[in-house]
Ligand binder design. Structure first.
Ligand SMILES: NC(=O)c1ccc[n+]([C@@H]2O[C@H](COP(=O)([O-])OP(=O)(O)OC[C@H]3O[C@@H](n4cnc5c(N)ncnc54)[C@H](O)[C@@H]3O)[C@@H](O)[C@H]2O)c1
Length: 337
């Protein structure tokens, strides 16, 4: 195989980004099919990328013998059954996060992945592939901050995209799964440990639609890890200044901070507002490179029979922790994980 023939499912906010990377930016990949329940999105795939085969039923797409790999970027509640169907049809699978929205289906997806060791499975925790996060991990491995023992993570979507977040809220799995799952994955990755206990709380001050959807607009959680380490997460939907993703890792000999100001670039504007640094507008811009690099990694694994660096167990563990965090938020008390 010198090119991986990819079928993509879901061409919403993120699906379009992945489709563009596969079609235009990754040498070893070819976008040959697309599946969506929205006809406009299929027309988009045909017009924008010249995709000839379009499907409204995922099960039909995975039957296509001319597809080697499936990229799943559908609504979170669809991931697990689609992973299972694709694997059982003999396709390599890239699924975006979260793995699933309940534990039972996650374990079912894991069983399907484990039953097919001949196929590659990758879960899209793209922050690990962002050059700054990857650099921080390398510095930690080189001993730059001694032993890491505390991770403080912030992930707040911009107020400018709040309408989309509100629309998405009902099917997202909740803020501690949908948003915090990235930070949960980073905490596990940076600390090299698993959380054993979590306390969480939340509030909604600006958009009551979030609480009406059974969620909250802001969430805060604190974790205790099995090596004695600590993690804190602050997630939200209403950053007025832009897309604020910031991570601090504290170690015995130093501290690393990734993106303490989510700056758009190195320009400082001096005007009547003072010395102003503009901020990154949205996740697509902030993690543009990471989405491309993670897809390159997946395609490289398929082409060259390598093991993907994020696997289904990372998906199950992070989702389990996300559920425990959601449970702690609902109960208002600490939950053992
Ligand atoms: N890694 C990240 O940074 C990141 C960022 C955004 C979204 N995501 C994840 O990506 C996924 C999609 O998010 P989004 O923001 O693009 O959502 P979206 O609502 O914009 O798009 C979802 C897409 O799924 C399609 N779809 C739904 N059910 C389907 C089915 N049964 N078969 C085929 N297509 C189906 C819809 O038509 C739509 O195209 C979610 O799971 C989300 O958690 C990850």
């Amino acid at each position: 195989m010198d090119k991986v023939r990819v079928g993509i499912a879901g061409l919403g906010r993120l699906g379009k980004v992945h489709a563009n990377n596969i079609a235009n930016k990754i040498k070893g990949a070819e976008l040959v099919a697309a599946c969506s329940i929205v006809e406009d999105e299929l027309a988009y795939a045909r017009n924008e990328f010249g995709v000839e085969k379009t499907y409204t039923d995922f099960n039909d797409m995975v039957k296509d013998p001319d597809i080697d790999a499936v990229v799943i970027v559908t609504t979170s509640s669809q991931h697990c059954w689609q992973i299972e169907a694709a694997m059982n049809a003999g396709k390599h699978v890239f699924s975006d996060k979260p793995l699933g929205v309940n534990l039972e289906e996650c374990l079912q997806a894991k069983a399907a992945v484990d039953a097919h060791p001949e196929l590659k499975f990758f879960l899209g925790f793209m922050r690990r592939f962002d050059p700054s996060y990857a650099y921080a991990k390398k510095k930690i491995e080189e001993g730059a901050i001694g032993t890491p023992y505390l991770v403080k993570a912030i992930g707040i979507d911009p107020e400018s995209t709040v309408e989309g977040s509100i629309k998405f809220a009902k099917t997202s799995g909740g803020i501690f799964l949908d948003m915090a799952v990235h930070d949960i994955d980073l905490m596990r990755w940076f600390l090299g440990a698993e959380p054993t206990e979590v306390y969480a709380t939340g509030c909604t001050f600006k958009h009551k639609e979030f609480s009406e959807a059974g969620d909250d607009e802001t969430g805060v959680a604190m974790f205790k890890f099995d090596n004695g380490g600590i993690g804190t997460i602050h997630v939200g939907r209403t950053a007025p200044h832009g897309y604020h993703v910031e991570t601090e890792i504290v170690g015995t000999d130093g501290t690393l901070r990734i993106s303490p100001i989510p700056e758009k670039n190195l320009t400082m504007i001096y005007n009547e507002h003072g010395a102003v640094k503009e901020c990154i507008e949205n996740f697509g811009i902030r993690f543009d490179e990471a989405y491309r690099i993670e897809m390159e990694h997946f395609i490289d694994c398929v082409l060259n029979d390598k093991t993907p660096s994020v696997n289904v167990d990372d998906g199950v563990e992070s989702t389990k922790i996300g559920f425990a965090t959601t449970e702690a938020w609902k109960k208002g008390s600490a939950v053992k994980i």
